[in-house]
Design a protein around this ligand. Sequence first.
Ligand SMILES: Cc1ncc(COP(=O)(O)O)c(C=O)c1O
Length: 398
Amino acid sequence: MKLAARVGRITPSPTLAMTATAKAMAAQGIDVIDFSSGEPDFDTPEPVKAAAEAAIRAGFTKYTPSSGIDDLRQAIIDKFQSEQGLRYEKSQILVSCGAKHSLYNLAEAFLESGDELIIPTPYWVSYADQALLNDATPVFFATDEAAGYAIDPDKLERLVTPRTKAILVNSPGNPTGAVYDWKTLEAIADIALRHQLLIISDEIYEKVLYDGAVHRSIATLSPEVAAQTIIINGVSKAYAMTGWRIGYAAGPKDLVTAMANIQSQSTSNPCSISQKAAVAALRLGGPFTEKMVVEFDRRRKVIVDRLNRIPGVSCRLPGGAFYAFPNIGGVLGRQGPAGPIESPQDVAQYLLKNARVAVVPGEAFGSRTHIRLSYATGMEAIERGIQRIAEAFNNLAA
Ligand SMILES: Cc1ncc(COP(=O)(O)O)c(C=O)c1O
């Protein structure tokens, strides 16, 4: 069958693929420890479930306005106003089926053939593929692990060409956990303003910050910056609601309207019940997430400590999100049972087969020397899983 050419440019999400493999192994009774999945292991808060139940009982089970129900868009507006001092009108808010869908609507509405999108690496899996699906070119900006994946603004600016349309900012970031400081955000905004670029600010991990850090959106820099920024966010990570599929975008009215038109012709509204649940989540405020982050923080320290004890592995302490992103460069080149281990992909396959541990290979994020482990799993899984990895690496011949 002759498929559309764009399909040939992308691969299925490697994180979802690894999680599916791990789940299939578990279903066969195999004791697999899954570090691949990017979702909190906490249950969705009770008041959120209650709101969903109430929506079902009240028959709130029909189509809604395609851009999202009024009370959810109002809750999003209130959140931006109270937490960031950002003012939006309803026409500037679009609710979609997850932040991934918000980003997809954006890519489709904003990018076309010949356009370039600057993406700092390592990056979250879908940014590049969504650009490619819309005939645009991802331009990767390499950051330095030793410098904490910080952005060097001069180097970044050198990548700007007449075809550049947007810069992606993901802070706190997946997979590195890097958090950009205020000076960096100012420098990125300055480049964007001078070159008339859109800032795409993916803030989905805004609440998962450690050591007392507080999130400030790049859009709060000035009204001029806000006018050139689209913020992407959602309830998946902050409220343990990955399966409910609610994300949202806030930004310039013409752009959001274009995205809303695409959504109205593709998926229509996000699930009516999930929208009611998302209202309850946003109205919950901080305590649920704060409790979760206290636990993530405990795990963060343990997993990073344990990984750093493995010969050939080094791991930075992430400042946000819930991923350890160890450098496994010291393990590459060793001999496994099926031949040399030459790439993160080989490491991930070796660990899955020989240690029954699922991790995501760095290639998915544009790295050839890392693997990603989510610590949004239990502490016991971390202890056992890292022990298995240590033993498996130890079994490799030099
Ligand atoms: C950086 C980043 N952005 C966006 C998403 C999408 O989240 P969702 O579609 O569940 O809202 C994820 C999920 O893993 C992510 O890590």
